[in-house]
Design a protein around this ligand. Structure first.
Ligand SMILES: Nc1ncnc2c1ncn2[C@@H]1O[C@H](COP(=O)(O)OP(=O)(O)OP(=O)(O)O)[C@@H](O)[C@H]1O
Ligand SMILES: [Mg+2]
Length: 243
C-alpha cells in the first residue's frame, strides 16, 4: 500500500532485454527521507531495476510511481526533470571533461542557475574534487571518479538519488568516505537514497531498510539490521564476502 510518505513505489515490474527477462515482478517502496539498499549477486537484476526506474530500459508490465505520479511510460529526460538523479554503474563520468565541466553537465537541468552554491555543497562533501577542479575526469582515481559521479548527480538537485555500486573496486578508506557522505546527505538534507550494492555489509549498515534480489525477484526485505542478522543473508552475501 502506498502511504503518503512513499516517494517511490515499484509494483509488479518486469523488464526484458529482447527475449531475456531480467526482472520478474519486482515490488518495492522507498519512503521520503529513507536510505534503501538493494543487494544481490552478479546478474540478479539490480542495475536493471535502477535503470528501469529511470525509464531505460522500460518496464514491460507493472507500474513505477514517484511522488504520487505514475512514471512508468515517461521518457528518461522527463523522469530526470522530476528530480530523480542517478550515479550509474561504472560511474560514467565524462573522461575528457574536467571536474568542473562534469559538474556543469549535472547542473544543466537548471541551466546552471544554482551552480556556485551547489558546487560548493559538493566540494564540502568531497573536498578532493575541489583540489582537482581543472583535472580531466579520465585522469582521476577510481574513488575520485566515484565522488564526481555522485557530485554530478547532486548538481541536478535530486529528491531521489539512485546509486549503483558506489563502492565497487574502491579501497576501504574511500568506501567509508563515500558512505559517510551519503549518510550526511540523508541526515542533514533528508535526501532520499536508493542504493544498489554487492557490498552488503556496508550497504545494510548504511540503509534504514533493504531488499535482497535473486534472479530478477525480491526474495527478502527488512530493516538493514534485520537483514544483516539473517543467516541466509550472512551465508550468501557476507561470509567471506567483501567487507
Ligand atoms: N543490455 C543487456 N542486454 C541483454 N541482457 C542484459 C543487458 N543488461 C543486462 N542484461 C542481463 O540482465 C540480467 C541482469 O543484469 P543486471 O546488470 O541488472 O544485474 P546486476 O544485479 O546489476 O549485476 P552486477 O552486480 O553484476 O552489476 C543479467 O542476466 C544480464 O546478463
Ligand atoms: Mg549491476
Amino acid at each position: 500500500m502506498s502511504t503518503p510518505s512513499t516517494l517511490l513505489a515499484v509494483k509488479g515490474v518486469t523488464t526484458f532485454y529482447g527475449k531475456i527477462q531480467a526482472l520478474r515482478g519486482v515490488d518495492l517502496q522507498v519512503a521520503e527521507g529513507e536510505i534503501v539498499a538493494l543487494i544481490g549477486s552478479n546478474g540478479a537484476g539490480k542495475s536493471t531495476l535502477m535503470m528501469t526506474i529511470c525509464g531505460n530500459p522500460r518496464a514491460r508490465d507493472g507500474s513505477i510511481t514517484y511522488d504520487g505520479k505514475e512514471i512508468t511510460r515517461l521518457a528518461t529526460h522527463e523522469i530526470a526533470r522530476m528530480r530523480v538523479a542517478q550515479s550509474p554503474e561504472g560511474r560514467r563520468i565524462f573522461a575528457r571533461m574536467t571536474v568542473l565541466e562534469n559538474l556543469q553537465m549535472g547542473a544543466s537541468l537548471d541551466n546552471l542557475a544554482h551552480f556556485a552554491a551547489d558546487s560548493e555543497r559538493v566540494f564540502a562533501l568531497f573536498p578532493r574534487l575541489k583540489e582537482r577542479i581543472h583535472q580531466r575526469g579520465g585522469t582521476l582515481s577510481g574513488g575520485e571518479q566515484q565522488m564526481l559521479s555522485i557530485g554530478r548527480a547532486l548538481m541536478a538537485r535530486p529528491r531521489l538519488l539512485l546509486l549503483d555500486e558506489p563502492s565497487l573496486g574502491l579501497a576501504p578508506l574511500i568506501v567509508r568516505q563515500i558512505f559517510d557522505a551519503i549518510r550526511t546527505l540523508n541526515r542533514e538534507e533528508k535526501l532520499t537514497v536508493f542504493i544498489v550494492e554487492q557490498n552488503a555489509y556496508h550497504a545494510l549498515r548504511l540503509a534504514h531498510r533493504g531488499y535482497v534480489m535473486v534472479n530478477g525477484r525480491i526474495t527478502m526485505g527488512g530493516t538493514g539490521r534485520e537483514l544483516l542478522e539473517k543467516p541466509e543473508v550472512r551465508a550468501a552475501y557476507l561470509e567471506g564476502g567483501r567487507h
